[in-house]
Design a binder for this molecule. Sequence first.
Ligand SMILES: Cc1cc2nc3c(=O)[nH]c(=O)nc-3n(C[C@H](O)[C@H](O)[C@H](O)COP(=O)(O)OP(=O)(O)OC[C@H]3O[C@@H](n4cnc5c(N)ncnc54)[C@H](O)[C@@H]3O)c2cc1C
Length: 511
Amino acid sequence: MKAQGTSVAVVGGGLGGLAAACVAAARGHKVTLYDKNAWVGGKAAVLHEDGFRFDMGPTILTVPRVLERIFTEAGRNLTDYLDLVRLDPQWRCFFDDGTQIDLQENIDAMAETMDRFAPGKNAGDGYKRFQEISAHLHDISNRFFFWKPVEDLFDTINIRANMNPATLRDVLSLRMGSSVAGTIRSKVKDERLAQMLDHFTQYVGSSPYGSPAVLCAIAHMQAADGVWYPMGGTRAVAEALAKLAAELGTTIKTDSDVASLRIENGEVTGLVLATGDVVAYDNVISNMDSVRTYRELVGGEVGEHYARKDFEPACSGVVLYLGLSKRYDHILHHDFVFSRDPEEEFDFIYRRGEPAPDPTCYLAAPAATDPSVAPDGGEALYVLVHTPYLRPHHDWSQMFPAYRQVILDKLKRTAGMGDIEERIVVERHLTPQDIHDRYKVLNGAIYGLASHGKFMGAFKPGNRSRQVRGLYLAGGAAHPGPGMPMVMMSGWIAADALDADCKVENLRNVS
Ligand SMILES: Cc1cc2nc3c(=O)[nH]c(=O)nc-3n(C[C@H](O)[C@H](O)[C@H](O)COP(=O)(O)OP(=O)(O)OC[C@H]3O[C@@H](n4cnc5c(N)ncnc54)[C@H](O)[C@@H]3O)c2cc1C
């Protein structure tokens, strides 16, 4: 009989696991969090090298409301833990034809800029109409997908029970069967501006040509809620959550690899560490990749079922961490240096499974916002290029040197960084294989599972396991998906579902 105030193990201390630990602890559960690494925060790791500080993983923080909700849950103010700075313009975009445009937060101002950028194409009006669609899809997401444990359409819109015009309108306005790329191009006719808007789906590591239109909602989330930089780097988000979790009584065990779950009669009873130690728990929240959780931690028939299912990993990536002796004044904090041809680029990454010959490079250049990242006048330049998830023939120890040069040549050619190699004084990198090994993900995927499928692509394994009682899932490969705000929401949902189930159990025990 499980009751409120149960013992909870969280497997994995990524942002999803940390958020879940905070919420479960705030609700009165006794929480222990395990991570196989020496740090918590998972992909939100930090690299210190010769006076430079690099965020190793996520750098763009959006929708800080999610963080606020987690801190409010514990009766705390986010502002006492994090100093968030709003960045506007949000990104600078460099195109292959030598033109550039800044993505501004204000939709009307952005529309005017677009009209000047692409005269005679009705670009501003098209952008506003795209943002209206995006706002509507954001509203639908808020009502049906967010803050609740969802696995499929029937979990969220009860079509059978609510066969009324309003529900039908909502289902129809999900634009099922339409892709992100198609929706963008139906409104925005300039190919460069469409390419810029396509890149919101890179937040979830998926092709805009294969992703369902509902993901257009990301554009409105960013316009409405802004892009933020936590002073101290995005690593500060992980540190703030770890501090909160500890204050709420969570025990954090690093260097602790969880090998399997103990399951009796379809119910979690504890876990087994890689050392062989067995520890009893009433409930487990797994922040390990959801497919690997089922295949490796649960195992048995359920594991085999998940091994047979054809889950598609999201994309992976190569990151260069470049300590520069001199910063570039013509780039912003966030920049996209776009490929010559988005169709070619996405075809290579998502269909052929090979690195794109002319990739889009994302840059984070935080020194102007946070001078502590580099010695005086220098820059801790972060360059991320999306690549396919790992295929059996990919050997990045062989592939990396040539691809590094492709990336640097692209920056020289398209971003006005002709002398970049002369400015590099410190260099480190991360490959898909490193991502795979460091974070125990599926085929090196950065963002969990791909959101491909124009009908059901947005759905991920649910936060309350349907197969194992007492098992809950949080993280980028669980609902509602990847990216910092979504994984933290996922942690909140997993802990909330656990807590709700315990309350029901309590009532049963009383009656
Ligand atoms: C290079 C890169 C750039 C990114 N850029 C952005 C960005 O700009 N904005 C954004 O919002 N998102 C970005 N992301 C995505 C974002 O980082 C992730 O979606 C998010 O951090 C994933 O959090 P998570 O909770 O799923 O856990 P993860 O970060 O994947 O952490 C899971 C943790 O679980 C641990 N673990 C797994 N299995 C076990 C086990 N069996 N026992 C013990 N421990 C285990 C792992 O060691 C790991 O620490 C980026 C990611 C990367 C890698």
